[in-house]
Design a protein around this ligand. Structure first.
Ligand SMILES: CC(C)(COP(=O)(O)OP(=O)(O)OC[C@H]1O[C@@H](n2cnc3c(N)ncnc32)[C@H](O)[C@@H]1OP(=O)(O)O)[C@@H](O)C(=O)NCCC(=O)NCCS
Length: 164
């Protein structure tokens, strides 16, 4: 199984997978146009040419990125694929110098295992709710906000200290 950047050839199976979970109310649906526009944010997990999972890392601000549309094919769940996708994206955030990675989710036990911590939604910057206005749950959102700290801040401070 490999985790790699998504390509245009992945868009159709990505959309089918996301749509499957969107119908169950677990995530927002995504149009193919939205997937093409944000394709550079996405990674996919594949095995022998089959798409097993996907997710995107969307940069929201200087110190905050969000994992969106995380989906592992029902037949491939429980094998560590979701973990590897999320670890890949948190590593990308760290390399970009972004201190915090957010997930708005119902999968709190999964994200807790990956060192995400629950935060008050009210503590998050208002700009992150921009896309939520398209959600039918906008007025009664019951997703939990969870944040992972990449420790990039301390790394940058250490690097600066070394170069003084
Ligand atoms: C949530 C999801 C991405 C997890 O992917 P996965 O590949 O099945 O998860 P993993 O196998 O990598 O699990 C990693 C750990 O989390 C645990 N875990 C995974 N899903 C869990 C759940 N629903 N409840 C409790 N623990 C869970 C696993 O047991 C594993 O623990 P371990 O490391 O101690 O063995 C997948 O179930 C999924 O696509 N769900 C439907 C869509 C969805 O809800 N997406 C999230 C949107 S934010």
């Amino acid at each position: 199984m490999e985790i790699r950047s998504a390509t245009v050839q992945d868009v159709e199976p990505m959309q089918r997978l996301i749509q499957h979970f969107a119908q169950e109310g677990l995530m927002l649906p995504r149009s193919d146009r939205s997937l093409y526009e944000h394709l550079q944010c996405f990674v996919v997990a594949t095995h022998e040419g089959q798409l097993l999972g996907t997710a995107g890392l969307h940069i929201l601000w200087r110190d905050l990125a969000e994992i969106r549309s995380l989906a592992v094919h029902p037949s491939a769940q429980g094998q560590g694929i979701g973990r590897r996708i999320v670890e890949n994206l948190t590593e990308r955030a760290k390399n970009l110098g972004i201190a915090q990675v957010l997930s708005l989710t119902y999968q709190t036990e999964f994200f807790t295992k990956l060192q995400f911590a629950t935060v008050q939604k009210e503590s998050l910057p208002h700009k992150i709710w921009k896309d939520c206005i398209h959600c039918k749950k906008f007025y009664h959102c019951d997703e939990v906000a969870m944040v992972y700290y990449t420790q990039t801040a301390s790394r940058i401070e250490t690097e600066n200290a070394l170069t003084v």
